[in-house]
Write a protein that binds this ligand. Structure first.
Ligand SMILES: Cc1ncc(COP(=O)(O)O)c(C=O)c1O
Length: 456
């Protein structure tokens, strides 16, 4: 537990200061009063809750029953169960075709390479994402070009994308992030106007819908992750969705060492048709994915319902600004739920201290995204490393590389990276009381903000 030892003097001072506040003067936020007399748990008081939030993943008997025969069969490498998982995931998402991969990063690598992105190409994407959205672009020796985010929805801003498109632009790679969905109407309109491909990174957005259509089916290809923490998981895993048979055949061939597949035929009988990799899903992963899919829609609905309730409550607390959705979003989907934390309204209490105080109340939060604190992806070491590499120095004009950092400044994303507080999706899976507890904990910290800012 992240608790600093509190001296007896501090404790008495805190208790008497709080006792001096008449209870009628106490405000409630979000309709919930934790009782401002309550001493923050980090200063030695009682936590708002000690009960655990739902554990993730939810392991059921069905998972065990499905995986055991696969283990016993000894057929562990890609076979019929992966085929079946692909059919079921495509059906669940409303796509014609699905290719399963070993993880989401390789799903994006497969999509980027199969679409033909290569050295000299530019791909417009968001700086407000996890590093795995951008690594596949760099691995192709292409140039990620960052368009800033919309400050309300936190998704890549189509107005900013427009200004980044030039003759070298090959694709747009929107990332549906922190429960939000990108403005796919405007992104697709830009793509068709400039003849660009669209690869959706839906690794955090399984089940989200834009105008009643699932994310991952709105562009040319959509990529998913089934990593342990994701809203649909089999430990590690990924998928590419698409509706174009020939393009999906390329994806299949790419993920299987360039072996011919479907319309992708070898020039000679034994030949491998392309420079490729191997990133196949294993049979036991697929068997768990299939059983996890059985509960997916119900879990997704529960998260959405709880998130909507939480947003209504949290937005009443000063200094807490939940992310908004575009009106075309017909179903939300969460890996992380997020809000902006405005430390100015918490008497300067830093975000890190706020998160620590929240943890002491029994509510675990993070700064979201899995990025190194304070580092949006456009400022990540991997981008700098690629730009300085022999390959990039040869491929791109010096003037372009020299201007890169300044041209890829994204101040809205920088601010957001500093302000995000996120809750893992599993915290949205319990009863409504859990949401009330989250609000009570945030309210308690807000009400004790000056004390916390002074003493932590
Ligand atoms: C936005 C985003 N893209 C890509 C990935 C990569 O997925 P994986 O971890 O399965 O490789 C993740 C996973 O954390 C992600 O959050």
């Amino acid at each position: 537990m992240l608790r600093r030892k509190v001296t007896r003097r501090e404790l008495l001072a805190t208790a008497s200061a709080v006792a001096a506040v008449p209870s009628t003067a106490r405000r409630t936020y979000a309709g919930i009063s934790p009782g401002s007399a309550a001493i923050p748990a980090i200063l030695g008081g009682q936590p708002v809750r000690t009960a655990k939030f739902p554990r993730w993943p939810l392991v059921r008997e069905a998972d065990e029953k499905a995986v055991l025969p696969v283990v016993r069969s000894g057929i562990w490498s890609r076979d019929k169960i992966v085929d079946e998982a692909e059919i079921q995931f495509a059906r669940l998402m409303g796509a014609k075709y699905c290719l399963a991969t070993c993880n989401g990063t390789n799903a994006i690598i497969t999509a980027v390479r199969s679409i033909g992105i290569a050295a000299g190409d530019e791909v417009v994407t968001t700086p407000y994402t996890f590093v795995a959205s951008v690594l596949p672009i760099l691995l192709a020796n292409a140039l990620p070009v960052f368009a800033d985010v919309d400050p309300e929805t936190w998704q890549i801003d189509p107005a900013k994308i427009a200004g980044k498109i030039n003759g070298n632009t090959a694709a747009i790679l929107p990332v549906h992030i922190i429960g939000g969905i990108c403005d796919m109407d405007r992104i697709n309109a830009l793509a068709s106007k400039h003849k660009l491909k669209v690869i959706e990174d839906a690794c955090e957005a399984h089940g989200g819908e834009w105008r009643n259509k699932k994310v991952g089916t709105l562009g040319d290809l959509g990529c998913f992750s089934f990593q342990n923490g994701k809203a649909l998981t089999c430990g590690e895993g990924g998928a590419v969705l698409g509706n174009d048979r020939a393009l999906m055949d390329r994806c299949y061939s790419f993920h299987n060492m360039g072996r011919p597949y479907g319309s992708i035929v070898a020039r000679n009988k034994e030949g491998h048709v392309m420079v490729a990799t191997k990133c196949r899903m294993a049979e036991y992963q697929a068997s768990i994915l299939i059983t996890q899919m059985e509960n997916f829609n119900a879990e997704c609905a529960r998260r959405s319902e709880n998130a909507a309730y939480l947003t209504e409550k949290l937005k009443q607390i000063p200094g807490v600004v939940p992310r908004k959705n575009y009106p075309q979003v017909t179903r939300t989907a969460f890996y992380y739920y997020g809000f902006r934390y405005k430390k100015e309204q918490f008497d300067g209490l830093s975000r890190a201290k706020f998160i620590k105080a929240l943890a002491a109340e029994g509510v675990r939060a993070s700064h979201g995204l899995g990025v190194i604190e304070g580092k949006p992806i456009n400022k990540e070491g991997c981008v700098e490393d690629a730009l300085g590499s022999k390959a990039y120095q040869r491929i791109y004009p010096q003037a372009k590389l020299a201007a890169y950092a300044a041209e890829n400044e994204c101040p809205e994303s920088d601010r957001l990276v500093q302000e995000t507080v996120g809750f893992h999706q599993s915290m949205l899976l319990g009863p409504r009381q859990d949401m009330d507890d989250i609000c009570a904990a945030v309210t308690k910290i807000y009400e004790n903000r000056s004390k916390l800012a002074a003493s932590m």
